[in-house]
Write a protein that binds this ligand. Structure first.
Ligand SMILES: NC(=O)C1=CN([C@@H]2O[C@H](COP(=O)(O)OP(=O)(O)OC[C@H]3O[C@@H](n4cnc5c(N)ncnc54)[C@H](O)[C@@H]3O)[C@@H](O)[C@H]2O)C=CC1
Ligand SMILES: O=C(O)C1=N[C@H](C(=O)O)C[C@H](O)C1
Length: 261
């Protein structure tokens, strides 16, 4: 049994993850963490009255024998949480988005020093993992590209981690390239979206949406659109489960679910 702690358990993803961990016969939920929690044990919550699991509300007070730390928290807390996990020999499985490249590098160095395996996955959904790979492939031949990501209106970070990662993966193969009209002017600031190495990224936030992305390629007289949709947060759970099962077989901190599939 893999002993698991879920950070951010009061949130949308954290709550879905707790249910997945409790239902999975290979996982043992040994702790949950969220500063917003008022209970001391998960069994105080009517939905989990039979589940005796300690609740932590402060990082410094966590004492646990967890082997895997699953994190769906906030862009402002994920770095400290991941550092804490690595320093305590707990393998981090990180879904929280919004870390800077420098923060990721620092954590990768720490994981190497401690010889602890971990994963940061901008998206645990297989449709999104495939979309990023297909987009990288297409960009070799169609370098004019724009990304549109669409999310629920409670999302804190923009652009999404998935959109940023898509742009980074495309940038690995796309020849340096100016796209659009060099004389174009935004008559309303922001109209052309964010600029990542010449690629435009547009972020939509609307109620009713969960998580969706389109990558649009344009060529002479033709176009290609690649799209993925997460209609439900359950779409992320098989990826989280695979990472939780496998991550202790590694001794480095990787970025991208594809690294362990
Ligand atoms: N990688 C992936 O496949 C996915 C990633 N995400 C990412 O996961 C993160 C969470 O998303 P949601 O669940 O929608 O957010 P949410 O706002 O519903 O939940 C976040 C939870 O974290 C808690 N929290 C705040 N500070 C904390 C700390 N220091 N330690 C522990 N918990 C803390 C909050 O109280 C809240 O309950 C976001 O960054 C989002 O982009 C979301 C869906 C899929
Ligand atoms: O906040 C979300 O909901 C999601 N966040 C991740 C991201 O920023 O890419 C993954 C998915 O898009 C859902």
């Amino acid at each position: 049994m893999v002993k698991v702690l879920v950070a951010g358990f009061k949130g949308r993803m954290g709550n879905t993850t707790v249910q997945m961990v409790l239902e999975h016969e290979g996982f043992d939920l040994v702790g949950v963490f969220d500063p917003m929690a008022s209970e001391k044990n998960l069994n105080e919550n009517p939905a989990y009255s039979q589940t005796d699991v300690p609740v932590f509300t402060n990082l410094a007070n966590i004492k646990t024998d967890a082997e895997v730390w699953i994190d769906f928290t906030r862009p402002t807390s994920v770095f400290e949480n991941t550092k804490f996990a690595l320093e305590h020999g707990i393998s981090p499985v990180i879904g929280t988005t919004g870390m800077t490249d420098d923060q990721v590098k620092e954590l990768q160095a720490l994981a190497k020093e401690k010889q602890v395996g971990g994963l940061i996955a901008p998206n645990f959904g297989i449709s999104a993992v495939l979309l990023m790979q297909f987009a990288k492939q297409a960009a070799k031949y169609l370098p004019d590209v724009e990304i549109i990501e669409m999310h629920h209106d409670n999302k804190l970070d923009a652009p999404s981690g998935t959109a940023l990662n898509t742009a980074k993966m495309i940038a690995e193969v796309r020849k340096e390239h100016y796209q659009g009209n060099p004389d174009e002017k935004e008559t309303l600031p922001g109209a052309r979206g964010a600029n990542y190495e010449g690629m435009r990224i547009h972020a939509v936030r609307l109620p009713g949406y969960v998580a969706h992305e389109q990558v649009l390629f344009g060529g002479k007289g033709e176009a290609l659109t690649i799209r993925q949709d997460s209609f439900d947060r359950i779409s992320f759970m098989s990826g989280v489960a695979v990472a939780t099962e496998k991550i202790r077989n590694y001794s480095e901190l990787m970025v991208g679910l594809e690294n362990i599939l």
